[in-house]
Design a protein around this ligand. Sequence first.
Ligand code: 6R9
Length: 653
Amino acid sequence: MSKESLANLLTEERRFAPPAEVAADANITAAAYEVAAEDRLGFWAEQARRLSWEQEPTETLDWSNPPFAKWFADGRLNVAYNCVDRHVEAGHGDRVALYFEGEPGDSRVLTYADLQREVSKAANALTELGVAAGDRVAIYLPMIPEAVIAMLACARIGAPHSLVFGGFSADALATRIEDADARLVITADGGFRRGQPSALKPAVDEALTRPGAARVRSVLVVRRTGQETPWTEGRDVWWHELVDRQSEEHTPQAFEAEHPLFILYTSGTTGKPKGILHTSGGYLTQTSFTHHAVFDLKPETDVYWCTADVGWVTGHSYIVYGPLSNGATQVLYEGTPNTPHNGRWWEIVQKYHVTILYTAPTAIRTCMKWGDDVPAGFDLSSLRILGSVGEPINPEAWVWYRKHIGGDRTPVVDTWWQTETGAVMISPLPGVTVAKPGSAQVPLPGISATVVDDEGRPVANGSGGYLTLTEPWPSMLRTIWGDDQRFVDTYWSRFPGQYFAGDGAKKDDDGDIWLLGRVDDVMLVSGHNISTTEVESALVSHPKVAEAAVVGATDPQTTQAICAFVMLRGTAAEDEGLADELRAHVAKELGPIAKPKRILAVDELPKTRSGKIMRRLLRDVAENRELGDVTTLTDTTVMELIQRKMPSAPSED
Ligand code: 6R9
């Protein structure tokens, strides 16, 4: 039996140096790594000066009571002022903040001056509804400008927001409202998705019938679709009636750096969702710095587009707080990538001359599946930097992204981070790093990460184990809302003194970090711990496969057997020989130990709203069990289709 924590099977030799013009003019150079290594806290104190403080902090980090950190504790600032007003005061009021593109084709342009007026009015409206500093506000909105405005209005008055993905069920919404004890819900009649108005308000009405959510006093409703909407007099208020009549003046008040900014729930695999708490000064410092460094943003000329939903942490940090604190011009798109046609995203890139695009591997693999000719039909020459987040990006998808979207010239930055980390932690820098497809590579300047074995000791280069963060960072979660003990147990107990991220990872021979998926998903096959990511990447590198998900299913001979679910590329057919062909391919790429025992071609894979594959549901299918919790699934019919395809008895081969 091998003692390895996680096998290292995949080798990827392709390398991509930063383009000369990006390197020559990069916001961050290699020197930043040395500066930060020499004086980490001094480095972060310097980054905090990117912000406007009403009272500059003199303390950087208070780590006297780990793992409860305080960053910039004696500083005071207003987060919304930093994201909006200060740009107007600096003379950039006419700069576009948001190019909003609705799914039906409607559009709106908001400058920073417009945003200042809208956020001020909304802040006045919240105050009129009795929301005070410290009160929690639940936000359940589609991807429309009011989502950004509502978040900033909350930040402006010091009321922590809690966003819930539009499309989560009434139950999921009710649990989150109850846990945070929110008194106000901001929602809309609906949003446009897949060419249809899709209602949101009825889910709020249903959630509010649950006893735990009964303390909500008001529901503020944006009219987006104009569809008929059930109404509770005395509780429900139209946004256009309340907000539009407010004063455009609102004086932002400064709060302590550790004032709570938001709660965002992540669903653990079991138990109730965890309310991840982020605070103000440290969070804004790191989101602002990382957005500047990783995307190399030039606010005067770049047009930035992050395709994430605002309800995901990526939307919080890289649509709202990072980009707006940096005065970025960005695109906000309401709908799905294939409405009304598969080229909708590329049409938007062409229309707004997008220069920086940030999206998820799931979207890239879907576009690969639709075919190279779709992006080829649009002018994507404005793009200069591409980013990826949410899952490990398979080398093949990385290379496709660079070639077919980035015209073989743009750097691709694979950014590793979590709801809990608040901002990017591990990523190449576009003007510095020689990129390796499939690797997030190195911790950013000021960040300390490593890969450890079962005993918490750093592994040697060329070996795998568990990803940990070894020093506190400014945008770290401060606790789990209402449950300090769970915070300690979940993240700080597995390896004392280190933050355990829950991800498997390996260091290659150069010491670069490769993420290998959640440790809960790691498969144990004949004594070897095998990562889902490596087997999936090997499958995706076969020309017939667009997406793959693998799970370990209980097996009498090998402990677990690898079971693969594959989605084929547009032109590939599911024929007799396919399974053998794919098995042989994986054996060649990774070795015979990683060969899937069963392979099933499916039309769709189960995913969360942020595009992560829900392997635990596939494990239920592979082991012929009843499905576990499906509430965070985008589309529950997917599982029925997969179950119908699954032969009930394991095949013998
Ligand atoms: C930002 C975000 C966090 C988990 C994380 C990891 C996976 C995210 C990744 C990545 C490999 C990347 N993940 N980015 N894995 N490479 N570049 O996704 O937050 O929704 O909380 O998920 O996502 O497993 O632990 P969140």
